[in-house]
Design a protein. Sequence first.
Length: 115
Amino acid sequence: VQLQASGGGLVQAGGPLRLSCAASVSIFSINAVGWYRQAPGKQRELVASISSDGSTNYADSVKGRFTISRDNAKNTIYLQMNSLKAEDTAVYYCKKLPVLPSAYWGRGTQVTVSS
């Protein structure tokens, strides 16, 4: 299974941005997908996840501002990010859960929030 994140960019603080995660297979076959992010000098963190039954979970730092969703017809998982803050600046990745220790993370998509 390959998941490719896209949609990053430069946005002003307080603005919105939507990330997309395109799957190489039907997402019906994927139990859960998570959006991770890694800021310079910080550990990678899981910010949101969605299961095949549609249940979602969010990190406290993004609750109420980020929304994860899935479009089964398009085999795509989205991360809608609103009220962005400078501390949301990071490289964002989407991964099938659980992530194996040997997983390759790739380039992700860069989100930069200007204050």
